[in-house]
Ligand binder design. Structure first.
Ligand code: SF4
Length: 492
């Protein structure tokens, strides 16, 4: 391992921001904090990472590794100890200085700090803790902070760090224990899940102390875990799992911070690599669903495997990183979190992978034509959400607009419905749009034609890259793609 001692902070920044680019679990949301007298910064509920490259990666956090030294040898990782690359580390003071400087210059809105494992999990976690402690207490930084929890670190270090940051994440990396054994020999499923569970329980313990907790328990959805789309109470969601969390929270196991800081208020997230091991989409979605349900995950991220190492245990990818597969997983993930779908509805043992030519919602609808057409002037919220081309916003708008009178096809377009998809699955006042037939072959042909261009864009992302502080910021080089934008708005 080649450790470089005398690098400038700028040189370290170049190495350690580049080394962080394979971690995609850095979007932010769910925390709102006003500026405070004597403190610098604030955090917005709507999310700090307002800007996304076409591949969905955020660009407005200072996203760095504390060190790219690592005692582990994960086969897929550019920072694995067996790689002969230049190694360096930031001191906690350097990270604080960079964060404050960039924040003052308006380059960033927060910090995303990950790290290789330096000497031991405890040593690394302790240094991460020192960074956030200094930022919050010495520099009085009030902006957004997301850090990685290091599997194997002491629960007390994770606990103390959790009271200082907004979000924590631990990467599951590979969806099965077998995959971990094969490609990440220093990690085990247990070592990863144990701190995830601790963070989940801390979050619920902390939330139980707030006044709106009771309301949250009523609204949360154990079916999709995140419960982010729940405008209508009783739309098929029960509160069972949430009540279990409540029981834990009220059982006295949670030790609150003496100064009253919330624990990981923006929730926890994780990331899985797509295509490094042979798991199919059904296995990936089933694991994601279990993470949402059982660990209260705020987000599961999917990262198409990018070959950076020569290793016989890694797959050859002649077609490049599986970007379309990653895209389909994100679309399906959205359906789990916001649309009330379950993984078993979208895929099965017999049909374990997503359709290359159709997005998961269209694909599902075409296999369930018996549920269509849906009459937009009568359907309930859950039925509207299942119509391709209708999203959370448009379904809500339809419910609101219906109280003013009957809706026709022209009204739906104005309400934000994507008619080129929805038109095959709906009626207005009992009539389908003229010329449209509820016929599987006919609809498939029409939808596949529309989707072909989007698929081509995704598979030919030669501009697929992580933005960094050193980029020229020519985002226009990347085709944003209608599907990407729609997915981000929840209009699948
Ligand atoms: S623990 Fe594994 S994935 Fe993380 S930096 Fe070390 S080698 Fe890479």
């Amino acid at each position: 391992m080649l450790i470089q001692e005398n690098l400038s902070t700028g040189e370290k920044l170049k190495i350690l921001s580049d080394a962080a680019k394979y971690d995609v679990s850095c979007t932010s949301s769910g925390v709102k904090r006003k500026g405070k007298a004597g403190h610098l910064g604030n955090a917005h509920e709507a999310g700090i990472c307002h800007s996304f490259a076409a591949d969905g990666r955020c660009i407005s956090l200072l996203k760095i590794l504390m060190t790219n030294q690592c005692i582990y040898d994960c086969k897929y990782c550019v920072n694995r100890c067996s790689n002969d690359t230049l190694r360096t580390s930031f001191t906690p003071e350097e990270i604080c200085g960079l964060t404050m400087e960039f924040y003052r210059r308006n380059y960033i809105e927060g910090l995303f700090l990950s790290s290789g494992v330096l000497y031991s999990p405890d040593y690394t976690m302790e240094r991460i803790f020192q960074v956030v402690l200094k930022l919050r207490n010495h520099y009085r930084f009030n902006g957004y902070i997301h850090v990685k929890a290091i599997p194997g670190a002491s629960p007390e270090l994770i606990r103390q760090t959790g009271f200082l940051v907004d979000r924590m994440s631990i990467n599951l990396e590979l969806p099965t224990a077998e995959g971990l054994r094969k490609l990440a020999p220093g990690k085990t499923r247990e070592k990863i899940l144990q701190p995830m569970r601790q963070i989940q329980q801390g979050i619920w313990g902390s939330r139980s102390l707030t006044a709106d907790f009771k309301d949250e328990v009523l609204r949360i959805s154990p079916d999709c875990g995140g419960g982010a789309a729940r405008p209508v109470r009783g739309a098929g969601f029960s509160g069972g799992a949430a009540l279990l969390h409540k029981d834990f929270a009220l059982s006295g196991n949670f030790q609150p911070d003496p100064s009253g800081r919330p624990f990981v208020p923006a929730g926890q997230s994780t990331q899985m690599i797509v295509g490094a091991t042979p798991e199919n989409d059904f296995q990936m979605m089933s694991v994601a669903q279990a993470l949402y349900r059982n660990f209260g995950m705020k987000r599961v991220f999917y990262s198409a495997y990018v070959p950076v190492n020569e290793d016989s245990s890694l797959p050859a990818l002649p077609g490049g990183p599986p970007l379309l597969r990653e895209h389909r997983l994100y679309q399906a993930d959205w359906l789990l979190r916001f649309y009330g779908f379950r993984a078993e509805e979208l895929l099965s043992e017999d049909r374990p992978n997503f359709n290359v030519f159709l997005d998961p919602k269209c694909d599902w609808a075409l296999r369930h034509l018996e549920l269509f057409p849906v009459e937009v002037n009568r359907a309930n919220y859950a039925q509207l959400l299942r119509v391709p081309g209708m999203g959370v916003k448009s379904a809500r708008r339809i419910l609101a607009a219906r109280s003013q009178g009957r809706l026709d096809f022209g009204d739906l377009k104005k309400l934000g419905v994507v008619m080129k998809r929805a038109v095959y699955f709906i009626t207005c006042s009992g009539r389908m749009m003229e010329g449209v037939r509820l016929d599987q072959d006919y609809i498939t042909g029409c939808l596949v034609g529309d989707e072909r261009r989007a698929v081509w864009d995704i598979e030919h992302k030669d501009c697929y890259r992580q933005l960094s502080l050193f980029d020229d910021m020519k985002l226009s080089a990347c085709s944003s793609g209608e599907n990407q934008v729609m997915a981000e708005r929840g209009e699948i």
